[in-house]
Design a protein around this ligand. Structure first.
Ligand SMILES: Cc1ncc(COP(=O)(O)O)c(C=O)c1O
Length: 418
């Protein structure tokens, strides 16, 4: 199997060097080259349409990272963009008082998300997770938080602790996904101190295989949180609107006290939300202060309402599940056939190809080679983060990708198993 030729990335590299003189780190955290394969992936995109994106050197890719989650339908979705443009041109969106669209969105969430009795809207996923823990602390009058998963960049939960006094995160404890015993132990050790348990309802640990909830796991988490009078929060920032229109809570049939949504809520427009039981959410009326200049801006509400309308009208999630089932199934067959120590995990709307650790660390080289061969074939997947299927990925896109994966696996087979 011939090696695919390296892409021309001249403009990306030039722009990156220039950016280093203007912006610390040049591009933000997870978008830095070391999160991909350095020197092989583009660093700047120019445009996107549907499930495809084009970099500033003119290379066009099938995009399975979907902007790290927001692109649930696809780029430049005309119906959504036109609704936003109409709002800009006919009414405006940034005022000293609120327009009515947040009521409409809160009502919609109440209709589709099991735990959504009342909602509060913010701009990012990190805003939402932080607000949810503040509400839970106020409601329970307790301090400690037990968490599982990535919840954003704010002081209480970010992994890299630079610039954050210990007192801002020392009351936050962690347990592993699917480890109900570990959670129980933490709750017992911190009796009467835990305000909230916040957990992603599906397991998506960084750079590791994704995890289905073990039978009974989510139910047990709910039972334990209730027993210890801690608020149960599902972090649905990735699963929201993707696993089902009502979130993973609807799909798995376990309703938390509160949930946070973001990413796919508005097909790329910035919005996040905390939603949950009235009694808990009402803390925001008096005891919890939350206000920000841009929270009430209407464009993202308009985009979210339109996104939900399309998701429901066109049965988008059924389409995504169908595509994902086919895609993941074909990839699984190839991984079995070529047997290079890689596997696919996840569920149809979100999947991840990872390499099993081996003693001499060859898996790292195999991973680098595999993702290098894929990007050279214009398939944009990330070596350390799972991918997503969006509605505008076509059957041809999927088949092209399956073929590119087969060629990349053949390359590995020949290189590592002579
Ligand atoms: C599960 C989860 N929670 C919270 C966040 C934070 O969201 P944001 O990056 O929009 O602040 C993320 C972002 O990736 C996430 O995946």
């Amino acid at each position: 199997m011939k090696e695919a030729p390296k892409l021309n990335l001249t403009n990306s590299m030039k722009e990156f060097e220039y950016a280093k003189t203007l912006i610390p780190g040049a591009v933000a955290g997870i978008r830095r080259p070391y999160n991909f394969v350095e020197g092989e992936y583009p660093i700047y995109f120019d445009n996107g349409k549907g499930g495809r994106v084009t970099d500033i050197d003119g290379n066009e890719y099938i995009d399975y990272l979907c902007a790290y989650g927001p692109m649930i339908i696809g780029n430049r979705e005309e119906e959504i963009d036109n609704a936003v443009i109409a709002q800009m041109q006919e009414k405006g969106f940034c005022f000293s008082l609120t327009q009515k669209y947040q009521n409409m969105l809160a009502e919609k969430l109440k209709e589709i998300v099991p735990c959504a009795e009342m909602s509060f809207f913010v701009t990012t996923g990190s805003d939402a997770t932080t607000l949810s823990t503040r509400i839970a602390r106020s409601y329970t009058q307790k301090t400690k938080i037990i968490r599982c998963g990535y919840h954003g960049w704010h002081d209480w939960c970010v992994e890299v602790k630079g610039g954050i006094p210990k007192k801002l995160w020392e009351d936050v404890l962690e347990f592993e996904y699917n480890d109900a015993e570990g959670l129980e132990k933490l709750l017992e050790e911190n009796k009467d101190e835990v305000a909230a348990v916040i957990v992603t309802p599906y397991g998506h640990p960084l750079a590791l295989p994704m995890e289905d909830p073990k039978p009974g796991f989510l139910e047990k988490v709910k039972e334990l949180a209730a027993k210890h009078k801690a608020v149960l929060i599902f972090d649905e920032i990735r699963t929201g609107f993707r696993v089902s229109i009502g979130g993973a809570q609807k799909y798995y049939g376990v309703t938390p006290d509160m949930a946070v949504f973001g990413k796919a809520m508005a097909n790329g427009y910035p919005i996040g939300c905390v939603t949950g039981k009235t009694e808990i959410m009402k803390e925001v009326e008096k005891n919890v202060f939350v206000s920000s200049t841009f929270f009430p801006n209407s464009l993202s509400y308009i985009a979210s309402l339109k996104t939900i309308e399309i998701l429901q009208r066109d049965k988008i999630l059924e389409q995504i599940w169908e595509k994902g089932e086919y895609f993941n199934g074909e990839i699984a067959k190839l991984l079995e056939k070529y047997d290079v120590g890689a596997r696919i995990s996840g569920i149809p709307p979100m999947m991840f190809i990872t390499f099993d650790k081996d003693e001499d660390g060859t898996y790292k080289a195999k991973r680098t080679d595999f993702y290098t061969q894929l990007i050279r074939r214009k398939v944009f997947l990330q070596p350390y983060h799972h991918g997503y299927i969006c509605a505008r990925h076509t059957k041809e896109d999927l088949d092209y990708t399956i073929n590119a994966i087969e060629e990349s696996l053949q390359y590995l087979r020949e290189k590592y198993y002579k």
